[in-house]
Design a protein around this ligand. Structure first.
Ligand code: E4P
Length: 215
């Protein structure tokens, strides 16, 4: 499993990229809105730092509108992956964009069959949202398991991104299930890299080092 950073914040993106663990970035309208920056220039800035897929979402809900936004986004940089919401119009747009060789990430996927439809329409990636299902008392990881099973059984050429990740357990289980990617907020990325025994171990080594003569 590879990692994407789920963020539109340049400081987080730069720090995560420099850590060497992320393969790309996913954004969404809410994450972009938090930054108070214009969308296209922000994507250009991200593309200067990140050498990997950068998901950017369309706002239009109609087929023509989605296509025109998607084409404009794809013009920004070849690394842009167009995020399309999981709707009938969205599937139509995914099919056309696949024919134009513009990569897509079908977002807001909440059932295994939505994921299957997206893959059949020609999506490059699908993003099942684990945390938002957990929030309403369902089991997000079960959705991920079902999607990975269906994609394996039918040898579908579509990558699965475990999205709406809330904690390290989501990440561990997503890796075991076989998700191709997990897109994680920066806060979770930091949690993943730390452990109290690592911190205590460093402290003890430094304390002991002070006793080494002539150090
Ligand atoms: C995925 O691409 C989405 O941007 C994201 O994972 C949504 O997460 P949230 O449910 O925490 O907003």
């Amino acid at each position: 499993m590879r990692f994407f950073l789920d963020s539109a914040n340049m400081e987080e993106i730069t720090r995560a990229w420099e850590m060497g663990v992320i393969s790309g970035v996913t954004t969404n309208p809410s994450l972009v809105a938090k930054e108070g920056a214009e969308f296209h220039p922000l994507l250009r800035q991200i593309a200067e730092i990140v050498d990997g897929p950068i998901s950017a979402e369309v706002i239009a809900l109609d087929y023509e509108g989605m296509l025109s936004e998607a084409r404009a986004l794809a013009e920004i940089d070849p690394k842009i992956v167009v995020k399309i919401p999981m709707t009938v119009e969205g599937l139509r747009a995914v099919k056309t964009l696949a024919e134009e060789e513009i990569p897509t990430n079908v977002t807001l996927v909440f059932t295994p069959i939505q994921a299957l439809l997206a893959a059949r329409a020609g999506a490059t990636y699908v993003s099942p949202f684990l945390g938002r299902l957990d929030d309403i008392g369902e089991v997000g990881l079960k959705l991920l398991e079902d999607i990975c099973q269906i994609f394996a059984v039918h040898a579908l050429d579509c990558r699965v991104i475990a999205a709406s990740i809330r904690n390290p357990v989501h990440v561990l289980e997503a890796a075991k299930i076989g998700a191709d990617y997990a897109t994680v907020p920066f806060s979770v990325l930091k949690q993943l890299s730390s452990h109290p025994l690592t911190a205590a171990g460093i402290e003890k080594f430094l304390a002991d080092w002070k006793k080494v003569p002539g150090r």
